[in-house]
Design a protein around this ligand. Structure first.
Ligand code: HEM
Length: 453
């Protein structure tokens, strides 16, 4: 998957951790996470795995998560092999003082005080999606839910954070990015290719995927502002590039920040909403309760920021979805200093995988962890949780900048969509899981939709 000169190294490259973990994860085709959980149960919470020229250390204990993410955070740097074409030199890839310099000017766009300003734009994007769903309900055709929620999430980011109507075709971009990031596919394709087989995805396709992705930020910057709002993330990014005290924040930095938001802020948000719709469609009582809550809280008007706070049950569905299906199933770091964790030696260069999925599904921290129980998040129950046992947004200073905002997006989307539609999951039951960089449904989540009368 390497195309010389164009930096199109794929995640399936042999030196990428994603490639290395694939054979291990293939041991349980329906849920590759179970293999890692069994390993943790058998060999303990810190497992060094020796590979040809590198060690991976699998960690699954909350107190060690804290050690890596907080206590010794500066000794564990971010890991991005294979993802550079997606993220460029955006802040998510940096460490130390440079990371801080890049994050600081953008942080105000994610302050909770901003959410009330964004909500009307989130709702506009949800209405656009509802118009499309009304058509899909009429034809009765099957569609891919993750593609639907990805395009919604991208629209929300463009409208609320960039003050733009989406200046690209989100369905095309979605397909290209999937081509690039579906790591398990990459490995298979490489092996089939080595065996002389003709395969559908070629290196040119990977290059095309990256090319399409790189065309998106200039389109965003070049598009006319939708309403010429003053307080947007895009304006903060542009101001940072003009700041003489911030020479590091150059034009390429601005382009890469936009790339980062259009992946980190869409893929994860979209997966959460799609998995939530999957759970809700399998349990109509949940859908009914969400509809009732919407009726009681905001009735026939559009929901506001205050209504968001009152949608406690709908928000609990989103939180529980991220426990069962954490979009980022493991946080990866590279050790820069010798260390000891749980009595095991950590060497500089070790790839440390903080296995958040494992903690989210561990009966030591969660009663009946495999059961979808939104009540865990209601009325004080969440206070009983063990610290660092729930890490959908990571932890410490490198935790997600948009986590709180994504909960607003997804809670409102779930509430509004379910009040008008009944999405019906139409795939194998239960849906299988694929572990790429994110936790994705194996083969997607096919749905049909009905409009409620
Ligand atoms: C359900 C939704 C989301 C999930 C589960 C999620 C998850 C995460 C996680 C786990 C990290 C930390 C990764 C690590 O420590 O290695 C992260 C970082 C990040 N996320 Fe999110 N995220 C979500 C939504 C968003 C949104 C809506 C945005 C922005 C619009 C966003 C932007 C970012 C950025 C920029 C970082 C890097 C922060 C830094 O390095 O300082 N994410 N996200």
């Amino acid at each position: 998957m390497t195309t010389t000169g164009t930096q199109t190294q794929g995640l399936g490259e042999e030196n990428s951790i994603w490639f290395k973990l694939t054979p291990l994860l293939r041991g349980d085709p329906e849920n590759p996470m179970r293999i890692l959980m069994q390993m943790a149960e058998r060999y303990g919470p810190v497992i060094p795995v020796n590979l040809a020229n590198q060690r991976i250390v699998l960690i699954s204990e909350p107190e060690y998560f804290k050690h890596v993410l907080v206590t010794k955070v500066d000794n564990y740097i971010k890991y991005f092999d294979g993802l550079k074409p997606i993220f460029g030199k955006s802040m998510i890839t940096h460490d130390g003082a440079l990371w801080q310099k890049i994050r600081m000017p953008q942080q105000p766009a994610f302050h909770p005080d901003m959410f009330a300003e964004y909500i009307p734009y989130f709702i506009k994007a949800i209405h656009t999606k509802m118009d499309l769903w009304a058509k899909l309900a009429k034809t009765g055709e099957k569609f891919e839910m993750v593609e639907q929620t990805w395009t919604l999430a991208a629209d929300m980011i463009c409208k609320a954070l960039f003050d733009r109507e989406m200046p690209f075709n989100p369905h095309v971009v979605f397909k290209y990015v999937k081509t690039y990031t579906d790591v398990m596919e990459h490995r298979d394709l490489r092996l089939r290719k080595q065996a002389g087989e003709v395969v559908e995805i070629t290196e040119e396709d990977t290059a095309k995927a990256v090319g399409a992705w790189w065309a998106v930020p200039p389109a965003v910057i070049g598009a006319d502002p939708h309403e010429d709002r003053e307080r947007t993330l895009l304006k903060l990014i542009q101001a940072a590039t003009d700041d003489p005290n911030l020479p590091e924040f150059d034009t390429q930095q601005a382009i890469d920040e936009i790339k980062q938001y259009l992946w980190a802020g869409t893929e994860t948000t979209a997966l959460t909403l799609a998995w939530a719709l999957y759970e809700v469609s399998r349990n109509p009582q949940l859908a009914e309760r969400i509809r009732r809550e919407g009726e009681e809280v905001y009735g026939d008007r559009e929901p506001t920021a205050a209504d968001y706070s009152a949608l406690a049950y709908t928000r609990a569905i989103i939180q529980e979805t991220m426990r069962i299906y954490p979009p980022i199933w493991g946080l990866i770091r590279v050790a820069t200093e010798p260390d000891t964790i749980g009595g095991k030696e950590i060497k500089p260069g070790d790839r440390v995988v903080l296995f958040s999925y494992g903690a989210h599904h561990n009966p030591k921290f969660w009663e009946e962890p495999e059961e979808f129980r939104p009540e865990r998040w209601m009325a004080g129950n969440a206070k009983k949780q063990v610290k660092y046992s729930y890490l959908p947004f990571g932890g410490g200073k490198r935790s997600c900048i948009g986590g709180a905002m994504s909960q607003v997006e997804n809670t409102l989307a779930l509430s509004l969509l379910l009040r008008r539609f009944r999405p019906e999951y139409a795939g194998p039951n239960p849906a299988g899981i694929n572990a790429t960089v994110t936790l994705t449904p194996k083969g997607g989540l096919p749905f049909i939709i009905r409009e409620l009368s």
